[in-house]
Design a protein around this ligand. Structure first.
Ligand code: SF4
Length: 74
């Protein structure tokens, strides 16, 4: 019984820890830039969180910025 419980919590830790550590990319990893890419910008991206955050990139982003994770709404 004890070993089953230990196995479960170890499994949970393994699943939670990497997700927390890599939840967001750095701006460099995402190749974020402070200017739009043509007509595409954070303001049009489904991952943008007003007023100046992003669901997948760390730190502040501008609505006029852009990165390679850009995702256009359908
Ligand atoms: S373009 Fe990149 S930085 Fe901007 S909101 Fe979308 S995912 Fe975030």
């Amino acid at each position: 019984m004890r070993s089953v419980a230990g196995g479960v919590s170890a499994g949970l830790l393994l699943r939670i820890a990497p997700a927390d550590a890599s939840e967001k990319m750095t701006r460099a990893q995402a190749e974020y830039q402070d200017a739009p890419n043509g007509i595409y910008s954070c303001g049009l991206c489904t991952l943008f969180e007003r007023p100046n955050a992003c669901k997948v990139v760390e730190g502040e982003v501008s609505k006029d910025g852009w990165c390679k994770a850009f995702e256009l709404a359908d």
